[in-house]
Design a binder for this molecule. Sequence first.
Ligand code: PEP
Ligand code: MN
Length: 349
Amino acid sequence: MMIVMEPHAQEADIQRVVQRVREMGFTPHVSRGVERTVIGMVGRAPVQDPSTFLQLPGVQKVVPITAPYKLSSREFHPEPTHVQVGPVTFGSDVDIVIIAGPCSVESRSQLLETAHAVKEAGAHMLRGGAFKPRTSPYTFQGLGEKALEYLAEAREATGLPVVTEVMAPDAVDLVARYADMLQIGARNMQNYPLLRAAGRSHKPVLLKRGMSATIHEFLLAAEYLLSEGNWQVVLCERGIRTFETATRNTTDINAIPVLKQATHLPVILDPSHSTGHWNLVTPIARAAIAAGADGLIIEVHPKPDEALSDGGQSLKPERFAQLVREVKAIAEVVRQKTFVPAEERPNGR
Ligand code: PEP
Ligand code: MN
């Protein structure tokens, strides 16, 4: 349920509604938009008599939220949410965020070399897996806590905040001690105890879409995090399973505008996993930014042919630098959102 205030409602009117929401046993969530303030009622029980709010001064209407993913819906929170990770802001309308780094942290020198290279190329954050969710138990599983130490060292050396995957609820505290953002991977999108633990941690979370999850299921997974009180959530499309075998997964470009309309949470794309081939990463990264994504996460390795995981989809640093230049140019065009028809342009433009 949402209480929409009149555009000219006074602060005292808003506070009166907030007070009433609390008295009814719900938690108020105040969202102050440019035009008006909306107060959401957060709680598990149904609202007994919503029309009582209409008696209060400054209240324009009371609206039920129809989406089952209530807290993450645009209906509940019309303004975009900004997710802050150190100095980096996801979801702002002025800048996109680019996360880059190796699939796995393989050694101290590999990570530091990659971190410096991606920083130089313009990345805002560093990625690198410490605990790897590998399909086969016989392949490289990650360096564990040692990798977390290297990530923390790379952050000190470059100033880039770090994101890394957490695979189990009882590892959340450990990973949160080192990382600036917790990644929940595709294979764990529906690991509900993990979602609840990450929700309680209050660290920003990068939630990846399950490879066979619908958008509806994806948003309900995000709802687990929000309902535990963690609103610092960034959604990541990473490709879905289809009948197509030419690429590792199928990039669901549709998901970007669908999610942007359905939710206030920032949305980014992982074209490395969504394509599986290094030479498809840049074109699909361009498409994502053109479609309105708030950012990208890209796998970069100094020597992709020697990588212990996902070498075939990893970019060399110089190719990554070129990707950054291209997507920044597209982001400027997309975010400008103005179009001057030829006949209205002054001569010579
Ligand atoms: C990864 O980011 O390295 C990863 C394992 O991604 P996903 O969970 O999307 O497969
Ligand atoms: Mn990977």
